[in-house]
Design a protein around this ligand. Structure first.
Ligand SMILES: [Zn+2]
Length: 324
């Protein structure tokens, strides 16, 4: 079910209606998109539910005593899973595997959750396989994808910050927080998070969807791009939508966020309203971009991604509203 937050400010609705009555004939959204659209397939918030306690300090990790453990075992960007069960996490480290680094990522339902890094080219033990996390989406629920992604991002950061970026000295893990510090020049490196804005542009009952060359055949999604230094989310949205599609958009409204561990993004999703322009795909970035009626959408991302939930929530919302 779609629900709206009661505190939504409907004052903005008068602006497009007045424009329409004044004879402004460009396609505009007459029914404002509410804040707080939600989708039933959103990942469970295990932290808010009190089931997951993320660990961010070495001191907490050393003080922990648990008899039960979960293990997320990585080799670069591939995770180990049992061939028969096809599920995560593992309850133990398979015999013969020697992690080259390990970290505790938190406690889930009383299980201490470990992330491990295995040396490149180490073969999977008998009965196990290495796999990209995306390939396991069909067999994992959204909460487990989030937890596994958290483990990957911590291992990826630890693996790539073993040496100081300023003077080259081997770094040390800080006790007071999850950070690596240079003992020579004191440079501190925190886990890297790269924010990405996503904008779903709406024109009446149509959505602006684009496809990148690396998408699965026939799949379209909302426009997305990294925030550049010095930009606000809204400035990045306006720039990315214009660069990738040739469309001017405004009235950005927050939808949802999602950590996206490929390799360390945070997706920040918005709806946007069409202002002007004709869809023109950005060369080398966008293969095709066009308007789709909410009644005739192409293949869109699955609901395990915020893109899939955004497109479904907005299209369901628009279908429930008559065109004025
Ligand atoms: Zn240094």
């Amino acid at each position: 079910m779609i629900k709206t937050i009661e505190s939504h400010n409907y004052e903005t609705s008068s602006i497009p209606c007045l424009l329409y009555k004044a004879g402004f004939t460009s396609p505009i959204v007459l029914m404002p998109l509410p804040y707080g659209l939600s989708h039933p397939d959103s990942a469970p918030d295990w932290v808010a539910e009190g089931r997951l306690v993320p660990f961010s300090k070495a001191a907490e990790i050393q003080a922990s005593t648990h008899s039960s453990a979960w293990h997320f075992i990585w080799q670069a960007n591939r995770i180990l899973f049992a061939s028969q069960e096809k599920s995560l996490p593992l309850r133990s480290i398979p015999g013969g595997l020697q992690p080259i680094r390990s970290s505790i990522i938190g406690e889930f339902d009383g299980y201490l959750c470990h992330a491990h890094d295995i040396a490149p080219d180490t073969p999977a033990p008998e009965g196990y396989e290495w796999s990209g996390l995306r390939a396991l989406f069909p067999v994992l629920d959204a909460g487990m994808v989030n937890l596994a992604g958290r483990s990957f991002q911590i291992m990826e950061w630890d693996r790539t910050h073993q040496f100081c970026g300023r003077c080259g000295t081997p770094t040390l893990l800080r006790n007071s927080e999850r950070a690596r510090e240079c003992p020579n020049c004191s440079l501190v490196s925190y886990p890297r998070i790269s924010p990405v804005v996503m904008g779903l542009v709406v024109r009446g009952h149509e959505l602006l969807l684009a496809r990148s060359p690396h998408f699965a055949p026939g799949m379209y999604s909302a426009v997305a791009g990294f925030i550049e230094i010095g930009e606000s989310c809204e400035q990045a949205l306006r720039r990315e939508i214009l660069e990738e599609t040739g469309i001017h958009a405004n009235h950005f409204r927050y939808f949802d966020t999602q950590p996206w561990p490929f390799p360390h993004s945070l997706m920040i999703a918005y709806t946007a309203e069409y202002v002007s322009g004709t869809p023109v795909p950005q060369p080398d970035e966008i293969e095709d971009v066009r308007w789709f009626s909410v009644d005739d959408l192409p293949t869109i991302p699955p609901t395990i991604s915020v893109a899939g939930r955004l497109i479904r929530a907005v299209s369901q919302h628009l279908k429930a509203e008559p065109v004025v």
